[in-house]
Design a protein around this ligand. Sequence first.
Ligand code: FPP
Length: 500
Amino acid sequence: MSIPFIVSKPSGLVVQGLFRGLSHRSTATRFGIAIQRSRVARLTTPIVLRRSVSGSAVNVSVEGKTVGKGLVNDIRYFLNNEALSRYPSGSNSASPRRFKLPRLLGRNQQSASSLSSLSTPSSPTSVNALGKAVSRRTAQRRTFKAYLTLTKPHLTFLVVLTSMASYSLYPASSLITSSDITPSTTLSAITLLFLTVGTALCSASANTLNMLAEPHLDAQMTRTRNRPLVRGTIRPQNALLFAIFAGVSGVTCLLYGTNPTVAALGLSNIILYAGVYTPLKQRHVINTWVGAVVGAIPPLMGWAAAAGEFATTDSVYEVLSHPGGWLIAGLLYCWQFPHFNSLSHGIRHEYAAAGYKMLASINPAMNGRVAVRYSIACFPVCIGLSICGVTDWGFVVDSSLVNGWMTYEAIRFWRNVGEYGTGKRLFWASVWHLPGLLLLAMAHKKGLWQGVWRWVNGGGEEEEEEEEGYDYYEAPKGGNGGGDYGEGEGEVSLVAGTAR
Ligand SMILES: CC(C)=CCC/C(C)=C/CC/C(C)=C/COP(=O)(O)OP(=O)(O)O
């Protein structure tokens, strides 16, 4: 059966043709190609995509000649680039191929005018030139995308989120206990910006170094075989330069915009991930525990960045002395086991074939047990956050519900050794669990709702009207009316009050 198709890219380029050998519309859609039947009337030279025996690999032939074979992405690239220049309109073609002037170029006056002559599809030269112009743009986009892929953008996004969440949970105002502390009692948006950018760059560097170390292993796994260093989209030397640039600028960003402890944590984490965890993956199952430490450090960085704003010195002890940061790091540490163990269960055979030492393939029963243990460990960690004053007591209830759900899925995963879909269920539970828990922690941040209430009731205005502020928070009568205040306490309350 033949299916007419139109391949369209965001650039606006359209190539029309025929699918042959594809049995139905959904197959073509799976290949990421939009079929627009309304355009079928203007059919052109058939470019034939044949499904080969091996999964999603397809053959491409133009005008009866096989010109390529590969994965869908390669084919799409081919169609949008090579096919244009190699097979210009008019070459042996019974009916001319139609092209549209790229939409983006059309919006740009200069490019549009320089290419306007190319809009006549009948000239082979014009089609060639158009093909080249589009190729250039596509090549730039592909290069950008390849570098972005080196950073493992989804992972980096998650890493940055955990460090931002931890930053925002820092109990800024409640820690103002001395009138000697003069800095602003609100967390600084500029520090947060430096933390975010610095952490993202450090993570990009670590991930690039990780990909540089194992392209031969990545090539053996479905999940990773399309990475730029496996496909050769980026040369290793360039990837190394990119990693160095990202690492140096990331650490500098953290040093300049936060404090030395955060910068040191960022640098150590790059070394831990690329230098210890990555080679350990092929040597010992302990790698997962090391990887969990790597994932736990970004929230510690976020906490240390916030703490540094209120610290009187740059000492590591001062920025990392509050247990809150360690608890959030602990949460990330524990979370990674149900998350990674369930993920790795689904691809354990690939891990084994590639030579990775993963618990999922070496000891599936223990893989399940470990997932259960660390899911349970999330309970006390969350309760600890309320005990040490980071979150209110409502978080104990809410977090226990979320942790209960993940633990339930982990127990099912363990009892069924990952079979009957329990691996997938635990994986998805873990995917929702972490952002859910972090959002809940933020919503339960201690003092947050009292602050909002005061703000809604115009507390801020009153505060501005007060010149001295000593009278604003009614001084505790008998020294203990509204809390355990000491000398100079009125002034302290004023400072803290401004923060809320
Ligand atoms: C600030 C800073 C430097 C942060 C780094 C954060 C970071 C890179 C966390 C990764 C955690 C981890 C163990 C991922 C799995 O890697 P993998 O090698 O098993 O993944 P893969 O199989 O996809 O390559």
